[in-house]
Each structure stands twice: as structure tokens, then as C-alpha cells.
Design a protein around this ligand. Structure first.
Ligand SMILES: Nc1nc2c(ncn2[C@@H]2O[C@H](COP(=O)(O)OP(=O)(O)O)[C@@H](O)[C@H]2O)c(=O)[nH]1
Ligand SMILES: Nc1ncnc2c1ncn2[C@@H]1O[C@H](COP(=O)(O)OP(=O)(O)O)[C@@H](O)[C@H]1O
Length: 201
């Protein structure tokens, strides 16, 4: 696939991926583009169809998967999630750095493709803090929260597997984590800006 090297973000639900990504994309408009995944989960208040996710039924999503429209897909906390080929192509066609927010099954499956992204893991400082943040976010039922916490402990172990991630960022103080993220991406951001300047000349 053409375009600049994509960046994968992964890590437990509640680690702060969306918070960091939104900040990054707001500060660097026209550098990053979000790969909008499909999901069978219901939208949360404030989420928008086509911007945060493509919200679909399980039947529609399964049919699209069977039709070969997805790069990867996974079941998480009782719902289907997946990255469509069209989602990544839409970003790459604009020459933007494609950002993917996916779980560890997605990371494993993307590693089998030719996408060749940079892999960044976002981790919470501890399980206790993660639970507090997830509870305070107030988006999940108790049952869902427990499923996410169970998955989180596995995701936290996964991030320690040698060679799995290029960078692991612990999101303790938000500004510190964001600083580390920007340092990590400095070179790729600059490369896209130089290419953009050259196109404008
Ligand atoms: N494999 C895969 N995972 C995804 C995809 N989109 C989102 N996820 C992951 O699904 C999990 C749940 O996402 P979500 O329901 O938005 O909850 P949140 O992470 O707590 O905000 C997270 O780990 C996401 O990274 C996707 O397209 N593929
Ligand atoms: N460094 C931080 N300190 C305190 N709260 C945070 C921090 N980072 C994120 N949060 C909060 O924690 C919750 C989970 O973050 P979120 O970005 O939704 O995680 P994810 O996308 O990984 O599931 C949100 O309510 C968010 O505002």
C-alpha cells in the first residue's frame, strides 16, 4: 500500500489511546488520518458514525468480512471490530500518516500483512488506575467493565513480549505521555511536512 508509514496504537481499554490520539490529530491536522474501524458495538454519547467508527450490525459486518473487505478483524468484549481495506486506503490516498487504534489480536494480524506500521503500545501506570479511569469514564456497564479489565491484564502482559512493540508509553501524567508520543513521532511528522512543502512549491 502506498503513502507514509502507518502507526498502530494498541493497549488496554482505558489506557488513554483515544485521548492521546485526538490530541495528536488536533495539533497536527493534515499530517495524520484516522483509520475508521467498523464495530458492532453501540455508539457512546458524543461518538459519531463515520468519524469514530462505522457502526454496523453483526450480519452486515460478517458479510463484509466474508467478502474479503477487511485487513483484520477481531472479537472484543462481545463485539466485532475490524479495519477495512477502504479505511486505510482513504487515509493513504491523501498522503497522510494512517493511525490505527486496534487491540492485540489486531496487532498480531497486522504483523502478517504488508502494512509495515510503527507499533506503539499505550499502557496505564497500574491496573488500579486503569480501573478508576474506566469507571470514571462512565461508558460501560459493570459486566462490560469486568470484561475489559480481564482483557486489560492480558493486553498488559502482551506489551512486554519482546519485539512486539517499537515503543511502549506509560500514560501516567497526560502531558508527559503526550510529550513522549510526540518525540517518538517527530521524525515521521517532519518527513510528511517536508513532502507537503515540496508539493506546494
Ligand atoms: N482488532 C481491532 N481492534 C479494534 C479495532 N477498532 C478498535 N479496536 C479495539 O477494540 C477495543 C475496544 O474499543 P472501544 O469499544 O472503542 O473501547 P475503548 O478502547 O475502551 O475506548 C480497543 O482495544 C480498541 O483498540 C479494529 O478495527 N480492529
Ligand atoms: N493521563 C491521564 N490521566 C488521567 N485520566 C486520563 C489520562 N489519560 C486518559 N484519561 C482518562 O481515562 C479515560 C480512558 O481514556 P481513553 O482515551 O478513553 O482510553 P482508551 O481509548 O485507551 O480506551 C478517559 O475518561 C480519559 O479522559
Amino acid at each position: 500500500m502506498a503513502g507514509p508509514r502507518p502507526v498502530v496504537f494498541s493497549g488496554p481499554s482505558g489506557a488513554g489511546k483515544s485521548t492521546l490520539l485526538k490530541k495528536l490529530m488536533k495539533e497536527h491536522e493534515n499530517v495524520f488520518g484516522f483509520s475508521v474501524s467498523h464495530t458492532t458495538r453501540k455508539p457512546r454519547p458524543g461518538e459519531e458514525n463515520g468519524r469514530d467508527y462505522h457502526y454496523v450490525t453483526r450480519e452486515a459486518m460478517q458479510a463484509a468480512i466474508d467478502n474479503g473487505e477487511f485487513i483484520e478483524n477481531a472479537e472484543f468484549s462481545g463485539n466485532l471490530y475490524g479495519t477495512s481495506k477502504a479505511a486505510v486506503q482513504a487515509v493513504q490516498a491523501k498522503n497522510l500518516i494512517c493511525i490505527l487504534d486496534i487491540d492485540m489480536q489486531g496487532v498480531k494480524n497486522i504483523k502478517k500483512t504488508d502494512l509495515n506500521p510503527l507499533y506503539i503500545s499505550i499502557q496505564p501506570p497500574s491496573m488500579e488506575i486503569l480501573e478508576k479511569r474506566l469507571r470514571d469514564r462512565n461508558t460501560e456497564s459493570e459486566e462490560n467493565l469486568q470484561k475489559r479489565l480481564h482483557a486489560a491484564s492480558v493486553e498488559m502482559e502482551f506489551s512486554k513480549e519482546p519485539g512486539m512493540f517499537d515503543v511502549v508509553i506509560v500514560n501516567d501524567k497526560l502531558e508527559d505521555a503526550y510529550g513522549r508520543l510526540k518525540d517518538t513521532l517527530l521524525e515521521v511528522i517532519q518527513r510528511v511536512r517536508v513532502a507537503e512543502d515540496q508539493r506546494c512549491k
